[in-house]
Design a protein. Structure first.
Length: 212
């Protein structure tokens, strides 16, 4: 008969088995990875000032004050642009627009009168920034075609701001049924658009080519 021998367990196999079991247990105890998705910042509403506009008519009046200040400031800035311009057509356009701007101021005063309010100017930060940029352009360019091109660029930024403002004010006046204001605002809006077109034509003729 064959004798069955009692084999002793292999120590190396036992140790390897224990190591594998320990490793599995360690892996299972690991904390799940945290999500890397960041939380979206919650937007907060801006609190209104005590004298904030409550109705459209209040916003309309405040906007009139802004553009009133802007137009009056422009009457002081245009003579400087005229003095620094070289091109004859550009100088003529600036002179004409200065006269128009004075009329724009008068029309705004009529608007205040029509709504039963005293004409009052409220500093317009947007216009102040545009006029400051215009001054910088003049200081940073040599007299001649290059400076003229810069003056046109600065002037058209002003015109675009005014076109947007008068268009909005006209829309407000229409809703509020302020017929006198609407008429004045639309007249000024058309003049601002024509001025912008004139500046574009002056630049497109040969001025920009000279500046090249």
């Amino acid at each position: 008969m064959l004798k069955v021998r009692n084999h002793k367990p292999n120590k190396n196999i036992i140790m390897a088995t224990k190591a594998t079991t320990t490793k599995k247990a360690t892996v299972s105890k690991r904390t799940p990875a945290k999500s890397t998705t960041s939380k979206t910042a919650t937007a907060r509403k801006t609190p209104a000032k005590k004298d904030a506009a409550k109705e459209l008519k209040d916003l309309f009046e405040d906007s009139l004050k802004d553009i009133y200040w802007a137009e009056k400031a422009l009457t002081k800035a245009l003579p400087k642009m005229h003095k620094n311009a070289t091109d004859a057509k550009l100088k003529a356009a600036i002179s004409d627009h200065l006269a128009q701007t004075k009329n724009h101021v008068a029309r705004l005063e009529d608007c205040f009168k029509a709504i039963g309010k005293k004409a009052q100017a409220k500093k317009c930060d947007a216009m102040q920034g545009l006029l400051d940029e215009g001054t910088s352009i003049i200081e940073e360019t040599q007299p001649g075609a290059v400076r003229d091109a810069g003056i046109i660029a600065a002037s058209q930024k002003v015109e675009h701001y005014e076109i947007a403002t008068y268009g909005t004010l006209a829309a407000f006046a229409k809703v509020l049924k302020e017929k006198k204001c609407l008429k004045n605002l639309l007249e000024t809006l058309e003049e601002e658009k024509k001025c912008d077109e004139l500046l574009t034509s002056i630049a497109d003729t040969n001025l920009n080519s000279k500046a090249k």
